[in-house]
Design a protein around this ligand. Structure first.
Ligand code: MCA
Ligand code: AMP
Length: 512
């Protein structure tokens, strides 16, 4: 046991303001002080500890965004358990897989999903199932009654597991990325410094809190800075325009910026107190970057990360460190090493695109119960293979700035959500009358990319495409369901027999 407590909650708490009566989180209807954050997370941690679940137990959470849901995350950290957030869009079959794989001891769901979630949770060994609603009510809150608000944060070593984030895979099977207290703490501290977070910052928080972006980058950032969050349940442009004038920071996936710009009311005056707009999770188009600058006079800061690594690179916040450049994700963050290598694994000079690899205290400890998959994704000398294709430098770009120019993994990013085609192809291929299918991304003005499928019928079979789409909606989260399914007679293949998705992408790029 190392002497210092690396528990992420303690790291974040070190940044809370001295005045615990100051406002930490403000929703459109409620206000929570820093005292409330400590008390409610303490009480929830006391409840978790009182259940007697084993150290290292997983706490799986699929609930709507609320301040209480954030407290549950903090409580899980405080009590030394492992937080497992699940996208609220996941359907029963998807959640069944996560619960069977992670075997959480505690599952928190909503009243609306309890009828299917609770039996699944119990079947996979959960000992406690509770509900938590968007308004902060639910059986979990009732279970806290009478428990103390004071809780001594459990001691953790940097290598202790803090969270598991499921990311889909190119095989169609999701993998649980294991992030430690050390990983999350290191990244939060680096970003605090690099983005110049201050206690008087006010963050407009509209992202979901079941992914790295909304939870570890945005919420951890504000908590560690002791900064206030304006906490909206989702992206709502009307609300965003109302709140922006009293905010200093905003984070979003590119769709957030596209939608702000699509509203003629969004202008420079609304951004008068803003000091930083940050974009990530998907490529920010150069047009969006430029239009944003022209409309507001402000330059979006684009950064690059992954579930497995948190943040790797960032355009500078401090102008003394350089300009924010369109189409680039900036230099490696302090303490993070990033390299671009060729197919032979040898580092490439600036100007030559290759595979992006990352090493540093931010990089995860492996995939949950998948040692072989973990080994495959790391080089012998400890670099993590991101699956992204990048290039350092290039025309007019400093040599230490990275640009993401493609992906070697078959992945679609729609509105900041990752969709792995294989997962959808497996479901389509199993449908009656389907010989084979291919799923790919096509450019979309709002989501960046949208999901599309082509299917080849078995000889003599007739396909009912509308029913196939309806069936997919039952089986998969809606954001994974192809917006269009087209029947074709054969998939385009190269001489090696590999499906040529580039050809499909080109052929179906124009929706007209
Ligand atoms: C919702 N829908 C979507 C998406 N979101 N379809 C495709 N792509 C999406 N991203 C579907 C819904 O299921 C629904 O379908 C219909 O669109 C309308 O739903 P609504 O809730 O109104 O959605 P929306 O307002 O269009 O939502 C778009 C959104 C949201 C605001 C962009 O998806 C969002 O907040 N995305 C952020 C994702 C995120 O946080 N990513 C970070 C990952 P139907 O009509 O069929 O019911 S972390 C990460 O990637 C790394 C580490 C990083 O670097 O940050
Ligand atoms: P996830 O595994 O859901 O965390 O998604 C991580 C992936 O999102 C990365 O491997 C990239 O492909 C992509 N990504 C994240 N940020 C950016 C960015 N700024 N530009 C381009 N791609 C990005």
């Amino acid at each position: 046991m190392s002497a210092l407590n690396a528990n992420l909650y303690g790291v974040l708490q070190s940044g809370f303001p001295k005045n615990r009566q100051a406002v930490a989180i403000e929703t459109p209807t409620r206000v929570h002080t820093w005292q409330d954050v400590e008390s409610l997370s303490g009480r929830m941690a006391a409840w978790l500890a009182s259940t007697g679940i084993a150290p290292g137990s997983r706490v799986a959470v699929q609930v709507e965004k609320s301040p209480e849901a954030l407290m549950l995350y903090l409580a899980t950290l405080r009590a030394g358990f492992v937080y497992l957030p699940l996208n609220t869009a996941y359907q029963e079959a998807e959640v069944a897989y996560f619960l069977s794989d992670a075997q959480p001891a505690v599952v928190i769901c909503t009243e609306a999903s309890r009828h299917w979630c609770e039996p699944l949770a119990l079947q996979h060994g959960a000992q406690h199932v509770h509900t938590l609603e968007a308004d902060g009510s639910g059986s979990l809150m009732r279970a806290l009654e009478g428990l103390p608000t004071a809780f001594e944060t459990v001691h953790c070593n940097p290598g202790d597991l803090a969270t598991i984030l499921y990311t889909s895979g190119t095989t169609g099977r999701s993998k649980g990325a294991m992030l430690t207290h050390g990983n999350l703490g290191a990244n939060a501290l680096t970003l605090k410094d690099f983005w110049g977070w201050r206690q008087d910052d006010v963050l407009l928080h509209m992202l979901p809190i079941f992914h790295v972006h909304g939870l570890f980058v945005a919420a951890n950032g504000a908590l560690l800075a002791g900064a206030r969050m304006i906490w909206l349940p989702r992206l709502d442009i009307d609300q965003a325009l109302r709140e922006l004038p009293r905010c200093t920071m905003m984070m979003g996936v590119p769709t957030y910026y596209v939608r702000l710009l699509a509203d003629p009311r969004f202008d420079r005056a609304l951004c008068r107190n803003m000091r930083l707009f940050i974009s990530g999770s998907a490529p920010l188009l150069e047009d969006t970057f430029k239009e944003f600058r022209a409309r507001t006079g402000m330059t979006i800061l684009e950064r690059y990360g992954m579930s497995e690594t948190n943040m790797n690179t960032s355009n500078p916040c401090d102008p003394a460190l350089g300009e924010r450049l369109a189409g680039t994700v900036g230099p490696a963050l302090p303490g993070v090493a990033v390299r671009v290598v060729g197919d032979d694994g040898q580092p490439l000079p600036a100007g030559q695109p290759g595979h992006v690899q990352v090493r540093g205290p931010n990089v995860f400890s492996g995939y949950w119960r998948m040692p072989e998959k973990t080994r495959e994704e790391f080089t012998d000398d400890g670099w993590f293979r991101t699956g992204d294709i990048g290039v350092f430098g290039g025309a007019g770009i400093p040599d230490h700035y990275l640009s993401i120019v493609g992906r070697s993994k078959d992945l679609i990013i729609s509105g900041g959500y990752n969709v792995y085609p294989k997962e959808i192809e497996l479901v389509l291929d199993a449908m009656p009358g389907v010989q084979e299918s291919a799923v790919f991304g096509v450019p979309h003005p709002d989501y960046g990319e949208s999901v599309m499928a082509v299917v080849v019928p078995r000889e003599g079979a007739g396909l009912d495409l509308a029913s196939m789409q309806a069936e997919l909606k039952v089986r998969l989260a809606r954001f994974k369901v192809p917006r269009a399914i087209v029947e074709i007679q054969a998939l385009p293949r190269n001489t090696m027999g590999k499906v040529q998705k580039n050809m499909l992408r080109q052929q179906y790029a124009d929706p007209s």
